[in-house]
Design a protein around this ligand. Structure first.
Ligand code: ARG
Ligand code: ZN
Length: 875
């Protein structure tokens, strides 16, 4: 059933307070609730509460049992209620059988909750919507031995014995909150903690809870949490507001983490790490996500969403805040490139496909399907454009005004835009606001014209918007406000002007520069100043100038990709030129192209003084899927073949300087997590990876040696990935060594599954099928599903899209099974199939066959139905 933004109505009741009592047992849980309701509209007669998968045991109003109610699969309606009353219900639920991982469930032997977006209704009957906020008092009772730790939001007010080897804890959260921020945990957990003091003088106890066996992997998370508190206070003057902040690591978790008030629940992957078991990238992600959930305490919890259409109000803003934080912890350029990749390589694809939707959607069937890259990352990009247009200081004032104005409220994206407009004097509620309501990726075309006579240079910018699946008429698309940062260089890379920003509001605009004795080299869309596709024809020489000399990492990275793309397209050109025996003559890149490319890479390796961590980003070759998006006019197979030829040629040509770089001794210990050490490792491993594309015996030997020498996971996994380029006994040996080392560490073992699944070998699909029956693989664990199937279907383009269609059948079988276990995961796993429009006819047919099988499943979840039916509805 479709929900519409336009149908929003505020609730007929407020909730003054709620008291919950959980009696946890191994085979059932009893939830008793007491909710104080007050009508907001006295003409209303009935109270409708949402509830799912609940067995109702009793209902009373003001202590008197009543039978004036009706129960359905989706809720409970109480008839003829007074204006103000206390409703008590008792329900029976089965967390031990809950494989949806929504509501109250068990992961290993731990009771835990996930209530966002609509999980609370799977715990008790309630007004489960974000604009109904109230204070919670929670009593949890469970077996003492099995569940010594009992946690909920807020402050611990009482604990004690409950008889029969049971005990209880009582928690009270003084901050009114929506039900999606409720959390409960019960289990045999270990804990590490630390007290920190806010600038305003509050002592806060920071705690990380994990399963006992993994508590030695929680230190980094605790440090990251402390850094997050400090950063938000220093940067935005936002301080923590309770005496205790708890994070619990959970093994079976659909999302990355959840910002429940005072009690965050995290996917164990984003908490647990040691240098032996986790890579530097894992540490980086942990710090970023700990920051993200912490920052939600203001952007999300203190000020929350009126309804779920407003999801980006909290997510886009928090994504942007976590990005500023991570940039401060690393470098701005490094963090920005990570965002750019997510937006361009993944969000743009979402915009092109059947699930295209605006950052603030106007309808949905299942809200779980809208925790998307568009809502999160494009939402973050919108906030970044505001920041770019008003400057950091004004942005801070705007945010302060927003929090002051709306503290304790459930608001809309318009409310946010209004506060930012009021603080800055820049109107964000008019044309700019279309960024929230219009779907699709704008294209910005840039034309340049140099006139030697008048020494003038003109840049003409124009914006273009194509219809999308959800807004299929050209009339749905209007011009946006697009900030485009630019700068000019001369051909030797000398700057000709400071960075400036043009804000494009009209469909076309020209700017002119004078007194230029030569044609300049333009650096456009610096720092990816707007989430748009840029079409700007530049000569290969200009692109090389930018890669070498521009001071903007994004423009350098993008220029390099254009050069590589043009090399790949030259190679494809050779493949398709009619030949008697096509593909027989080995393709080769024209020597001049190669020489210039190698020259630029050598410049990066030997002369350039870019931070090592950023250099590593420039040295990494784009994946097949990136090349495939850059060259949409060519079939996957042609792109694949050409990319392989290019990578091998580069690896051979660059062999000497790369080896020279690798032969210098390491300056840092492998367990050193300092930024300098991380940077050094990333740079060296980028060199190793590039070398490995040669696939010869030397590179295998080098990678094997790197594997054998490795002490920490960063180097070990980098070596394993280098070995994973070629089927060899060395690869086999390293994989089995890896298994033996990490058999009992779930996070590290996920990498083992993923390395298998990412191998570009024709028999990988059989390996995936056989690993699915491995004793350590579980379909009920989302991380395992993502590591094995997710990697194969989303990261191994060449093998998943094998022309036989076997990959599609494997995925549709998986999705059909998963839909009966965990529909929200099933729906997410369907995304590779939904992109059928990007492929050739033969593949399209096979993919649509798989989709048709799925849409006919009986029963089918709303989650899966929405995704599949929308993918089949587009032409
Ligand atoms: N609010 C969480 C976060 O971004 C994510 C919750 C995901 N929930 C879901 N139904 N997909 O921090
Ligand atoms: Zn979030």
């Amino acid at each position: 059933q479709t929900q519409y933004l336009a149908d929003y109505k505020r609730a007929d009741f407020t909730i003054e307070q709620v008291t919950l009592d959980f009696s946890l047992f191994d085979n059932q849980t009893i939830v008793t609730s007491k909710i104080v309701f007050k009508k907001t509209n006295n003409r209303v007669k009935n109270l409708h509460l949402t509830g799912e998968d609940l067995t109702l045991l009793s209902v009373s109003i003001d202590q008197k049992e009543t039978s004036h109610y009706e129960v359905s699969d989706t809720g409970l309606t109480i008839k003829q209620v007074p204006n103000e009353f206390t409703l008590s219900t008792q329900v029976l639920i089965h967390p031990e059988k809950n494989t949806l991982l929504s509501g109250l469930y068990r992961s290993n032997a731990i009771f835990c909750t996930q209530c966002e977006a609509e999980g609370f209704r799977r715990i008790t009957y309630f007004l489960d919507r974000p604009d109904v906020m109230t204070t919670y008092q929670v009593r949890i009772e469970a077996d003492k031995t099995q569940y010594p730790v009992l946690l909920s939001n807020g402050n611990l007010v009482e604990q004690g014995d409950a008889g029969q080897n049971r005990h209880f804890a009582m928690w009270h959260d003084p901050f009114p909150k929506p039900s999606y921020l409720f959390a409960l945990v019960a289990g045999d957990l270990a804990c590490i903690n630390k007290t920190t003091t806010t600038q305003s003088g509050r002592d806060v106890l920071l705690e990380i809870y994990t399963e006992k066996a993994f508590i030695n992997q929680a230190d980094y998370a605790l440090g990251a949490l402390e850094r997050s508190l400090k950063w938000d206070e220093e940067t935005f003057n936002l301080a923590y507001d309770l005496d205790r902040y708890m994070i619990v690591a959970i093994s079976d978790f659909n999302a990355g983490a959840m910002e429940n008030k005072g009690l965050n629940l995290f996917n164990a992957k984003y908490v647990l790490a040691s240098p032996e078991t986790a890579t530097d990238k894992d540490f980086f992600n942990i710090e970023n996500i700990i920051g993200h959930e912490y920052f939600h305490n203001w952007s999300g919890n203190r000020v929350t969403c009126r309804d779920w259409f407003q999801l980006s109000l909290k997510e886009g803003l928090t994504v942007f805040r976590d990005a500023l934080f991570s940039a401060d912890m690393t470098t701005k350029g490094y963090k920005r490139l990570e965002e750019v990749r997510t937006v361009r390589d993944h969000q743009f694809i979402e915009d092109q496909g059947p699930m295209s939707h605006p950052v603030r959607p106007s309808s949905y069937i299942e809200i779980n399907n809208f925790y998307t890259l568009t809502v999160y990352e494009k939402g973050g990009e919108i906030i970044r454009m505001m920041y770019q247009m008003m400057g950091a200081e004004t942005f801070k004032r705007g945010l302060a005004l927003y929090f002051e104005r709306h503290d304790g409220q459930a608001v809309t994206v318009e409310d946010f835009a209004t506060a930012m407009s009021d603080a800055s004097g820049i109107d964000l509620t008019g044309q700019f606001f279309r960024w929230y309501t219009q779907s699709g990726t704008p294209t910005v075309r840039v034309n340049s014209l140099y006139d030697a006579q008048s020494k003038t240079y003109k840049l003409t910018f124009s914006q273009h918007h194509l219809p999308t699946a959800d807004q299929a008429n050209q009339a749905d698309k209007q011009d946006l406000v697009i900030p485009i940062a630019y700068r000019l260089f001369d051909e030797a890379g000398q700057s000709l002007c400071d960075e400036r920003t043009i804000v494009l509001t009209e469909s076309e605009k020209t700017i002119e520069f004078g007194s230029l004795s030569k044609r300049p080299v333009a650096s456009i869309l610096r720092n990816f100043s707007a989430p748009v596709r840029l079409h700007f024809e530049q000569s290969i020489d200009d692109l090389h100038t930018l890669v070498r000399f521009d001071d903007d990492l994004f423009v350098r990275y993008d220029a390099l990709h254009h050069i590589l793309k043009s090399a790949v397209s030259q190679l494809i050109g050779q493949q398709t030129t009619p030949q008697k025996t096509p593909q027989k003559t080995p393709q080769s890149i024209p020597q001049s192209t190669l020489t210039q490319l190698v020259g630029t890479y050598e410049y990066l390796l030997t002369k350039d003084n870019t931070p090592a961590i950023e250099k590593a980003e420039l040295l990494a070759l784009p994946s097949l899927s990136v090349f495939f998006s850059l060259l949409p006019e060519h079939p996957l197979d042609a792109v694949d073949q050409a990319v392989k030829t290019l990578s091998a040629a580069l690896a051979q040509q660059m062999s000497e300087p790369l080896q020279a770089r690798l032969s210098t001794p390491c300056e840092h210990e492998e367990h050193d997590l300092s930024f300098a050490a991380v940077s050094e490792r990333s740079y060296r491993n980028a060199c190793l990876q590039l070398l490995s594309y040669a696939g010869d015996t030397d590179s295998i030997a080098r990678a094997k040696n790197a594997y054998d020498q490795a002490q920490g996971m960063t180097n070990r996994l980098a070596a394993l990935e280098a070995l994973n380029q070629t089927q060899s006994p060395e690869r086999e040996a390293a994989l089995s060594d890896f298994y033996q080392r990490f058999e009992s560490d779930p996070q590290a073992l996920d990498k083992w599954f993923a390395v298998h699944a990412s191998a570009d070998f024709p028999n990988t699909i059989d390996t995936v099928k056989s690993l699915a029956t491995h004793p350590k693989f579980q379909l009920t664990n989302p991380n395992k599903v993502r590591a094995l199937y997710g990697t194969f279907c989303m990261r191994n383009l060449a093998q998943f899209h094998h022309p036989s269609g076997q990959g599609y059948r494997l995925l549709s079988d998986l999705i059909a099974t998963l839909d009966t276990i965990n529909p929200s995961l099933a729906a997410r796993m369907a995304s590779p199939l939904t992109q059928w429009q990007r492929f050739d006819d033969a593949r399209q047919d096979l993919m649509k066959t798989a989709l048709t099988t799925l849409v006919n499943l009986q029963p089918i979840s709303d989650d899966l139905y929405e995704i599949i039916s929308k993918s089949l509805a587009v032409e």
